[in-house]
Design a binder for this molecule. Structure first.
Ligand code: R1P
Ligand code: URA
Length: 329
């Protein structure tokens, strides 16, 4: 921690920068892509205006490992933020972003996922229409829990699903469809990349146990869990953030409505997921294949943010029109 913070309820520096994300007002645009991986964030920022010369790209790497890159895409302010992985990181990000961004926001998660659906393999990019939370039941594993109590409960739980806003889903899918990469005989067994909409997703609290991966080093009780998720909830993909993003955006929107600011403070969300793992064949994507999917999906999400999703407001003042900030770290 390098700065003095005040207010234990919501710690901020003297310039209004938040504790973990580390951005002050004007450093984050209201059109945002969140990713798990620094290199994906940089690959997307390479599509920003003037990216070749790095002119106009603001970069902030917080001491808590959030990397924010802000610039413009076709002259509209946008940010891409590498937040890392899992439920808590989405919570840090969305609450702290809400603190520093004025007005409406649109946040799209562009992440990788595993496919449970035999018809959706490596080389596919999907747009979920619904997401469920999938969580380990820590009490079930507690040493104080009796066998009888265990029989009456389950080691994993699935939340009710949250639907993605249809307009955001459709805009993302249209952008992906409009610009598909060509087939390359070296990649994806020579098949052209494809996109699929209307997918049911599960966001799990672990890459391992709650996604049904077996690990002899741990007591996970998850044999048959993948099949249960498919049969019980129709799940097709598993990753670790989309559900929490949707759920917290709903909470932000409810709070804004209660304060009479429902329209002007609205948080809109959506997700695009690239299949990195095929859970049927156990195949995993190759680095050259990641390149192709990230460029394609990154551009589609940027285009959606600036044109496909109607946001009534663009923030006027910020690093996108103040080059003096661009080298700030
Ligand atoms: C696990 O490997 C990570 O990959 C997926 C999951 O949601 C999780 O964050 O997304 P990212 O590729 O965006 O990190
Ligand atoms: N990310 C996940 O969370 N799961 C996978 O199987 C692949 C990527």
């Amino acid at each position: 921690m390098k700065d003095t913070l005040s207010n234990a309820n919501f710690p901020l520096t003297s310039t209004g920068a938040t504790y973990h994300l580390g951005c002050s007002p004007g450093q984050l645009a209201n059109r945002i892509i969140i990713v798990g991986d620094f290199s994906r964030a940089r690959r997307i920022a390479a599509l920003f205006d003037d990216a070749a010369s790095k002119q106009g790209i603001f970069e902030n790497h917080s001491s808590r490992q959030f990397l924010t890159l802000t610039g413009t895409f076709h002259s509209t302010p946008v940010s891409v933020v590498a937040i890392g992985m899992g439920f808590p990181l989405v919570d840090f990000f969305l609450r702290e972003a809400r603190k520093v961004v004025q007005g409406e926001m649109c946040v799209i998660r562009l992440g990788s996922c595993g496919s449970l659906d035999k018809t959706i393999g490596l080389g596919s990019v999907v747009v979920p229409r619904r997401s469920h939370g999938v969580v380990r039941n820590y009490d079930w594993f507690h040493e104080g829990t009796s066998d009888e109590e265990r029989r009456g409960s389950k080691p994993y739980q699935v939340t009710r699903g949250i639907d993605v806003e249809p307009g955001v889903h459709d805009a993302l899918l249209a952008e992906l469809e409009g610009n598909k990469p060509a087939a390359d005989e070296e990649l994806f067994n020579g098949h052209p990349p494809s996109c699929v909409g209307g997918v049911v997703n599960g966001s799990a609290d672990s890459f391992y146990s709650s996604q049904g991966r077996s690990d002899p080093a741990f007591w996970d009780e998850n044999e048959g869990w993948v099949e249960e998720m498919v049969k019980g909830w129709g799940m097709q993909t598993l990753e670790m953030e989309t559900f929490v993003l949707q759920s917290l955006a709903h909470s932000a929107n409810k709070a804004a409505e209660a304060q009479g600011k429902g329209e002007e403070q609205r948080v809109r969300t959506g997700a695009v997921q690239m299949i990195f793992a095929n859970r049927h064949t156990s195949d995993f994507i190759k680095p050259q294949e990641v390149d192709v999917l990230e460029r394609w999906a990154g551009e589609a999400v940027l285009r959606t943010l600036i044109g496909g999703v109607e946001l009534h407001h663009t923030m006027d003042d910020g690093v996108w029109n103040n080059q003096a900030h661009k080298a700030e770290k």
